[in-house]
Write a protein that binds this ligand. Structure first.
Ligand SMILES: [Mn+2]
Length: 349
């Protein structure tokens, strides 16, 4: 969905989305902010937080950050030290401490959710907000219905792109650290400027951020050329043992606990493996079946074109989008796997 705009070679003024003045008003109206993002915070959520943090600091107001988890090691490269000074996160024992903090700080601060509009996906902070009916505002770019407290425009390729537009609207200069984090978030959510929502505006935003001395190759390499070699070894074994059918264009691969242990694969290190199979023209449906630590089954499905994997996942109470879905089966791995493969065969044929 490329942004509809009257931006052209003749008219070089890039219009603002209707949500931007509302965001600006929210910033002007409040003096204290608490910002958060969804559970399993990603590069876009964190980048938008860093960008927003510097913006608020720049206008001399107070801001704190609370997420459900420590920053993923993979994403530490994009986080400036100054941001860590105000960064708080949950752990198994912090519920009481965190609730005390919310009690205190939310007396004066406004709650802002970035890159997410579901209170149920916030962890303790969401629990607290629901219990205490705390008003919140979200800034998001997913496909959802806008509401008074949900400022969403799905024409943006990332939440970082929205924050960049807020800087532009308010005419606030961007600090290099903020520019780098915003750029990184854009790269992550657009798959290095390739996914369908990548627009003219995305490129203008990224181009402007480059003026702050960002090295695009350094950012790219951190995201896409940063895997441990054991990932390739695991993939290689997975492919060797997979079912591949080039006529019906599918692959069904399996990641067992044995394989994970053999290569000491950490949680998160298998992320994105299933999508990689779609890089080959013989594959239009990729399924990765995983044995969980609890001995049950989870599966990720990716497809191209008209193959609707969300429809398939729904048969097992899973969900997702047409071309990307997931499901979980709460039963012992081996029989669950057989059931799933049988259902997949019926689906394919
Ligand atoms: Mn995002």
């Amino acid at each position: 969905m490329a942004e509809k705009s009257n931006f052209s070679p003749e008219n070089k003024t890039l219009p603002f989305s209707a949500i931007i003045p509302f965001i600006a008003q929210f910033i002007k109206k409040n003096n204290y902010f608490l910002i958060t993002t969804h559970i399993d915070s990603d590069a876009d959520g964190l980048g938008a937080q860093v960008g927003f943090f510097y913006l608020i600091k720049n206008i001399g107001k107070e801001i704190k950050v609370y997420n459900h988890e420590k920053i993923n090691q993979r994403l530490e490269f994009m986080i400036p030290p100054k941001f860590l000074d105000v960064y708080q996160y949950a752990d198994e024992n912090s519920r009481e401490r965190d609730f005390d903090f919310f009690d205190e700080y939310l007396k004066k601060a406004s709650l802002l959710i970035l890159d997410n509009s579901e209170v149920n996906r916030l962890g303790y902070l969401g629990e607290y907000a629901k219990q205490n009916k705390i008003p919140w505002l979200s800034i998001d770019h997913h496909d959802l219905t806008p509401a008074r407290h949900i400022l969403v425009d799905s024409g943006y390729a990332s939440t970082c792109e929205i924050i960049w537009d807020v800087y532009r609207f308010l005419e606030i200069p961007i600090q290099p650290e903020a520019a780098r984090a915003l750029y990184a978030g854009m790269v992550a959510d657009t798959g290095n400027f390739r996914y369908p929502k990548t627009s003219l505006r995305t490129h203008i935003a990224a181009g402007e951020l480059l003026m702050y001395g960002i090295n695009p190759n350094e950012i790219f390499r951190n995201f896409y050329e940063n895997s441990p070699i054991k990932r390739l070894q695991v993939l290689s074994e997975m492919v060797t043992n997979s079912r591949i059918n080039t006529d019906r264009k599918y692959i069904i691969a399996e990641l067992t606990q044995d394989l994970k242990k053999k290569y000491s694969l950490e949680p998160g290190e298998s992320e994105g493996m299933v999508s990689q199979f779609l890089a080959y023209r013989d594959i239009e449906l990729a399924v990765l079946i995983r044995e969980t630590d609890e001995g049950t089954l989870k599966a990720s499905l990716r497809s191209t074109k008209e193959i609707n994997v969300a429809e398939f996942a729904a048969r097992f109470n899973g969900g997702g989008h047409k071309n990307a879905a997931g499901l979980a089966m709460d039963e012992p791995y081996l029989p669950a796997k057989e059931k799933l493969i049988q259902a997949l065969m019926d689906f394919i044929n």
